[in-house]
Design a binder for this molecule. Sequence first.
Ligand code: SF4
Length: 396
Amino acid sequence: MRVAISACLLGVPVRYDGGSKPVSEVMELAGKVDVTRVCPETASGLPVPRPPAEQLGGRVLLADGRDVTAEFDLGARRCLDAVRRSPVRLAVLKAKSPSCGVGLIYDGTYSGRLVPGQGVFARRLEEEGICVVTEDTVKSCKPSVEHPVAIVLGSGLGHLGSLVRPVRRIDYRDIEGFPQDARPVAGHSFEATVGSIDGVPVVVYPGRIHLYQGYSAAEVTALVRHAHHLGCRDVVFACATGAVPGQAHTGLGILTDQINLTGRNPLAEWEGLRDVESPFVDMNDAYSPYLRTIARGVADDLGIAVEEGVYAGVLGPCFETPAEVAALSTLGVSYVGMSTVCEVVMARALGMNVLGLTLAANESGAPAVSHETVLAEAEKHAEDFEALVRGVLRLL
Ligand code: SF4
């Protein structure tokens, strides 16, 4: 996997003042991927040192008033050419900069104030369809003993738990809000493992409960709140789904977005809502573009066949009618299942970074699909699924 990275984040002295801004998490990532090092301001030929620059009214001005818009454009174009020569799918750029800033940049007053906006180079990368993040995203997704990665597994995918080097185990019945009477369905087990996979701290939840079993949205999201209390910032949700014909095929998939068709929402039910800053949660990019891009890159590097698409969560437990399958296809849905959507809402409310992986075990609407069929199909893809998750963990 090749990643474009701002040179100053890697410790190269290219900033306007002749310094750099090395970030250890980014340098660690750089050690595990192929790197295209970029600095559009250096590429423009601007001298170092020089006065700082900020964007104002669509122009780029140095602090001494000189208009350097043309130079910034030239540098961005030159770096874009370099990126195109060695195709990248991910760029990690220096936050707030008039060239590299993503989402927020300095406001042109040289006072340290920020405004919504894109750096000149960042905008060009996004127009190319490249996932662009700052060092803050890399830092926030970095696992540690204090911030293990939570992995919630669905039907037939629970054996990933056997990869964990355990430190301790937690009976689900000891998890606050998890129903005491819950019994696992086939393919699930109800004991979380805290430990590590390939040295990366994780908490693996090898099974879940579902709305269709009669549990509330608050109950089915108890594991997410538990993971958050344990310090997890990243959460991987894995689920079995049906592939909507014409939109996706059976096999592994990366979830890009979701449609909640369950009619339930944990934020409307959960009495513990006080732990959430606001119930009006932003669901844009609910599935982290950074984590999705890492997963895609890992799959391509390992030659694992993976598709991407929108997940629709339905109440279940019956499978879809032909009319429902046709409706889902019209809605642009690739995968349909009976879990995950409420969990993702809860995770986003708690500010967690979400990666959604699915095993489409059958075609949605296919006749005679049984739970056993789902488990058998999961078994076929178990090796690829494990390799994908391990590959993602390695890069975080
Ligand atoms: S923020 Fe971008 S343009 Fe500025 S020094 Fe760093 S890499 Fe170069």
